[in-house]
Design a protein around this ligand. Structure first.
Ligand code: GLA
Length: 387
């Protein structure tokens, strides 16, 4: 891939003198969904698929962007003095947002760059192509200008840019999983204080299979922000009767005791999901440590049910993929992953059952939904790096 992007860079920008190649992964979340803005736990991992980038420092303030995933847009030009979101070339809002965020954090980007990207994560699939571009950009800026920031800070800068430049109120999970990725490990992260632990993903005889619904998220961003504010209101209601700072502070028992303080049924369901999902995530990681992959899978299934019934972020496409997966012998667990409203599911499938899984779930999906899903058998990879 390095050769491909440097060759294309030369084609697009005249030559590739002084250009360097980089990579940042995508991520998949195994369990702990919609908990990261509720002070709960998440359990994502970085993938070996992600975003490749070729970049060259300039000695003026110009920015030239090109994406091999959006070739029709051609070269998009801007300057460091003009870091405002674009309506037409929306993908450039991710690198631009990160440049802007560095400035906001007191690290003004001194010179422009030529940047070419080529991602092999399906766009809008819920595998965090946007967070991957954010972390990649931060990594390149650190490499070019020597900013003194750790990978964890790169994650926080990425989230800051997504929240404030792109106006999506996301939590820290995606950027953290990408910036801190470790081969063959998932990251057990407590989003309340960012303490974390790497857990080896030993799935002897099984693999992680991602199914993309090919349904674009569409209105997902506004629905996402709506869920977030429902949880904030529910928290404020609970705080009238118990001393907590996030929904993640409650266990199931405490939730049942105080839940009547939430004045609306819908908000109560949202909060219930956040509390139960957090507890489920802690239990799932314990199960994995005890080598109980079966229980891990059952908790994944329960996570999907809660996202479907209480959080209501699944929809026909994701439910079809998951419910068909549950029927296939050899599927250890299956659930939607990411924000929902379209995007992907994640399943743990025994090696010998993978072909049948793809065939059965794929044909049931086509029949019910009218178009194809795509399947990826994925591997857990490392975080961002120069190539
Ligand atoms: C998106 C957000 C994350 C997280 C998930 C849901 O991926 O970017 O911060 O909230 O949705 O778990």
């Amino acid at each position: 891939m390095k050769d491909i992007i440097l060759k294309k860079f030369a084609e697009v920008f005249g030559d590739a003198d002084g250009a360097k190649a980089y990579f940042a992964p995508g991520r998949v979340n195994l369990i702990g969904e919609h908990t990261d803005y509720n002070g709960g736990h998440v359990f994502p991992c970085a993938l070996t698929i992600g975003t490749y980038g070729a970049a060259r420092r300039r000695d003026d303030n110009r920015l030239r962007f090109y994406s091999m995933n959006f070739e029709k847009l051609g070269v998009i030009e801007s300057t460091l003095e003009d870091l405002v979101p674009s309506e037409e070339a929306r993908w450039t809002n991710y690198p631009k947002g990160v440049m802007w965020a560095f400035g906001e954090k007191g690290m003004k980007v001194p010179f422009g760059m030529d940047l070419l990207l080529n991602g092999n994560i399906p766009n809008g699939s819920g595998l965090s192509s946007s967070a991957s571009v954010e972390v990649l950009t931060g990594f390149i800026l650190r490499d070019f200008f020597g900013f003194d920031v750790s990978n964890q800070e790169l994650a926080l800068i990425g989230q800051f840019s997504e929240n404030n430049f792109n106006k999506v109120n996301c939590g820290i999970m995606d950027q953290f999983a990408i910036a801190m990725g470790k081969k063959d490990h998932a990251i057990f992260l407590d989003t309340a204080d960012l303490s974390f632990e790497y857990a080896p993903m030993v799935l002897e005889g099984a693999k992680i299979v991602i199914a993309s619904s090919n349904k674009k998220r569409g209105l997902g961003d506004s629905k996402y922000n709506e869920r977030r504010s429902e949880c904030e209101t529910a928290l404020a209601e609970l705080q009238k009767v118990t001393q907590i700072s996030t929904l993640g502070d409650l266990d199931e028992e405490a939730f049942e005791k105080y839940q009547s303080a939430i004045e609306d049924d819908i908000r109560r369901k949202r909060a219930r999901h956040a509390v139960y999902e957090n507890q489920r995530t802690v239990r799932a990681v314990d199960a994995l440590k005890a080598n109980d992959v079966k229980l891990f899978g059952q908790l994944m299934n329960a996570s999907h049910v809660s996202l479907r019934d209480d959080y209501e972020v699944t929809g026909l496409e994701l439910d079809t993929l998951v419910e068909e997966a549950w029927k296939v012998p050899g599927v250890i667990g299956s659930r939607m992953t990411g924000a929902g409203f379209g995007g992907c599911t994640v399943s743990i499938v025994k090696d010998e059952a993978i072909d049948g899984f793809i065939e059965k779930v794929g044909s049931a999906y086509r029949e019910r939904i009218g178009y194809d899903a795509d399947f990826y058998v994925v591997e857990i990879g490392d975080g961002p790096r120069a190539l």
